[in-house]
Design a protein around this ligand. Structure first.
Ligand code: ATP
Length: 257
């Protein structure tokens, strides 16, 4: 892969004695959207936390923009241009929408650039402009997701990590949020690593995909090819036609061909 912005090699991370990721290797090319799929508990969130420095890997290397970051503090990684939108948004509920957005720019000193980026975020999410002075805790789930993405964009990231942006949102809002994710990628050239349970929307949005199972990558390919894979299609059908039953089938599946 040419012009790799992020490269993980044999990364292992633990929660106490529990090994949550077991030798993950993956790459994100500059300007690419990469999807990370897998059942609940496969280790997707742990991969993102390990990249952004919330967790220290026990083994392996993580290169971001050509520099090793596996021992770097999280705020230095943010300063290098990596923003992480965590699962469940984690907006500051008692701060206003504007204050939340400004928290995303806390390392920046270029006031004109910050003002321009605020305008850009309002352009992507006009609803945030309408609610600038409102405490973030009063926003709907969809608006909080917009705010969490907007806050991450205020760091003007080269790489954006998105953890389950569709979680708990209506299909209409999911469509809206993913259209913005595509626009950010196309207009700003931002590389994106996207963790999603909604495999269909993720594979239709991303360029390349990795599938994880029990802490390991079991499949990786272009999204066009993954969409045609029998295993992936089986999951879609299960998910589409049988709802929760499909989710159970995905969880029970032991191997990927
Ligand atoms: P989900 O979609 O449910 O978030 P995931 O693929 O993101 O799943 P992780 O959250 O990364 O999976 O979890 C990977 C494994 O690590 C799971 O077995 C989980 O139970 C375990 N785990 C996650 N967080 C912790 C924690 N704080 N302490 C101990 N174990 C954890």
């Amino acid at each position: 892969m040419n012009d790799t912005i992020l490269k993980l090699t044999n990364v292992e991370s633990y929660y106490g004695p529990i090994m949550a990721i077991r030798g993950i290797s993956l790459e994100v090319a500059r300007g690419q959207i990469v999807a990370l799929l897998g059942a609940n508990g496969a280790g997707k969130t742990t991969v993102l936390k390990t990249i952004s420095g919330i967790l220290d890997p026990q083994k392996g290397t993580i290169e971001f923009r050509g520099q090793p970051i596996q021992r770097m503090e999280a705020n230095r990684i943010v300063a290098m241009g990596l923003s992480h939108v965590p699962e469940g948004r984690e907006v500051f509920p008692f701060l206003s929408v504007r204050e939340n957005l400004m928290m995303g720019a806390f390392l920046r000193r270029d006031r004109d650039g910050v003002a321009a980026d605020l305008e850009r975020v309002y352009g992507y999410f006009p609803r945030l402009r309408e609610r600038l002075q409102q405490p973030a805790g009063q926003l709907s789930g969809g608006e909080q997701q917009m705010l969490a993405i907007g806050r991450a964009l205020m760091n003007r990231p080269t790489l954006l990590l998105l953890d389950e942006p569709s979680l708990g949102l209506s299909p209409l809002l999911v469509k809206e949020i993913f259209a913005i994710i595509r626009r950010v990628n196309e207009e700003q050239g931002t590389s994106i690593l996207l963790v999603e349970q909604n495999a269909k929307v993720a594979l239709e949005t991303a360029h390349y995909g990795y599938v994880m199972e029990v802490g390991r990558v079991v499949m990786n390919d272009s999204c066009a090819r993954l969409l045609n894979s029998r295993d992936i299609q089986e999951f879609y059908l299960g998910a589409k036609e049988a709802g929760a039953r499909g989710e159970r089938r995905w969880k029970k599946k032991k191997t990927w061909r």
